[in-house]
Unconditional design. Sequence first.
Length: 136
Amino acid sequence: MREIKEGSWPSVVWQQRVGEALRNLPDRSALSRSPLARLSYVERLAIERYNGRLMAKGLALREVLGGCVERVVGDIANEPALRREREYLESLRDGLSCKEASKRLGLSREHVSRVYRRRALQLLTEEFLCLTKRSH
């Protein structure tokens, strides 16, 4: 398989890929098939930490995304304007779907998806790209 480079997709595609991976966070098989699992950073982590494990790339991608969620949540913890985005990301970290996160937030799924999910994915994608670029 060819390696995916950070500049090879437009930013909207990166956000879509990160969003797809987040939806599949509990499913390491789906994560293993994600294009993000072919990033050199994820592949190296899979070899270093999960060598010999079934679906090692999926485990590595789950670890990377989980770490990114934690860093973004921590970075925006004291930003009142980003409170809902933080709460949305915390819901994902807790294994909730967008629908379940919407209920937790007391908002419609459509509103959360259109407003808070979109901004949370932008922040998360930015962190993901920064992490994978730093690793080169």
